[in-house]
Design a binder for this molecule. Structure first.
Ligand code: AMP
Ligand code: MG
Length: 337
């Protein structure tokens, strides 16, 4: 999980002509990012209580899955365990790891929850921004310490690694899960119209004073938006982009989304936005589809019910899955007009 972000706002709300004065908006720092809660249609004290409780649930998810900081958790215990040493994982971790392996299969290995050692070495989630890329040798050493084939569920909640140095990293999926758990809590408390936006990754509930919520999607290279969607349903929109955490070295961009096949930052995309029923699904798929690119990723998206995707490829060309083409309002580059 990320400890901080470098000036990232992936998605943002466009001002809508029907902006309500009664929206309750609160921001908290959770999951290493700014989380904005927007609640509409309920009295202020109801909204504030729901936000406080949702934020606490999200903090709990961070504590359970983070590989940073001093708070102990079973992910850290597994990561420090020796080869052959059985580790009893918390039920939620056992569950997310099994789901992660299923997504690993579905994304043909593009999303890989065992890349912890390599991600740490690249250093994009560390205290200090990296400035120089890893060498091929360093990458090969780290790739040898990864692989879903090297972890085994030997009994319920108990996992073992058969290779030294394998580390789990849920950084591409746990933020989505946290958003879903936060939304679940708000729904239990009677909230019907809300957005939880964690650094641009969001789940949207209901509508905004009977109008759709207008969600703008950031262009990976421009200051203005790539386009927008009008949403009035329970859905999630998550973006993975090469502009979120990166450095330039000898004219080349190195960013935080790693292709497990090469061990280097993935080169097929500049950004991928996924709309899916849950934020967890949208989160894991945005990372996986970023790595797969449009051509390999499209058949996967088209095979999944209620999942849509928008790619900006490495040439800045925009590609969309069939169900979102008529809904996404693509904005032209001002220079093209
Ligand atoms: P996201 O911003 O959701 O695309 O997730 C990126 C984060 O997930 C990185 O900061 C890493 O912690 C982790 N990550 C990077 N590459 C991969 C990958 N190929 N599979 C799984 N997790 C990854
Ligand atoms: Mg992700």
């Amino acid at each position: 999980m990320l400890r901080y972000t470098w000036g990232l706002v992936v998605l943002f709300l466009l001002p809508s002509c029907q902006q309500s004065l009664e929206d309750i908006k609160e921001t908290r720092l959770i999951l290493g990012t700014v989380v904005t809660f927007t609640v509409a249609g309920v009295p202020e004290e109801v909204a504030l209580d729901a936000i406080t409780q949702a934020a606490a649930v999200m903090q709990g998810v961070e504590n359970t899955f983070t590989t940073h900081g001093d708070i102990p958790n079973t992910v850290k215990i597994f990561n420090q365990a020796k080869a052959g040493e059985p580790v009893h994982l918390l039920g939620a971790v056992d569950n997310l790891l099994q789901q992660s392996i299923s997504y690993w299969k579905q994304t043909q290995g593009a999303f890989d929850p065992t890349l912890g050692d390599l991600n740490k070495r690249w250093g994009f989630s560390g205290d200090k921004a990296p400035a120089v890329p890893l060498t091929k040798i360093e990458v090969q050493q780290s790739l040898a310490r990864s692989g879903v084939a090297a972890i085994h569920r030997i009994s319920p909640q108990t996992w073992v690694k058969d290779k030294v140095g394998i580390k789990l990293d849920f950084g591409a999926i746990a933020k989505g899960l946290a958003i879903d758990k936060g939304v679940e809590k708000m729904q239990q408390l009677g909230i019907q119209h809300a957005i939880i936006n964690a650094g641009g990754d969001m789940r949207i509930l209901g509508n905004h004073n009977s109008q759709p919520w207008r969600i703008a999607i950031r262009h990976p290279r421009r200051e203005d938006a790539l386009g927008w969607l009008d949403i009035s349903a329970d859905t999630s929109i998550v973006t993975s982009g090469d502009y979120e955490r990166f450095f330039m070295y000898q004219g080349k961009r190195y960013h935080h989304i790693i292709n497990p096949k090469t061990g280097f930052p993935a080169e097929q995309s500049m950004s991928v936005t996924v709309q899916a029923p849950t934020a967890m699904q949208a989160d894991v798929l945005s990372t996986g589809l970023f790595i797969l690119g449009f051509e390999k990723g499209l058949p996967l998206v088209e095979s999944m019910p209620d999942v849509e995707a928008i790619w900006v490829d490495s040439h800045k060309l925009v590609h969309m899955s069939s169900g979102i083409k008529s809904k996404f309002h693509l904005l032209k580059d001002k220079k093209d007009e």
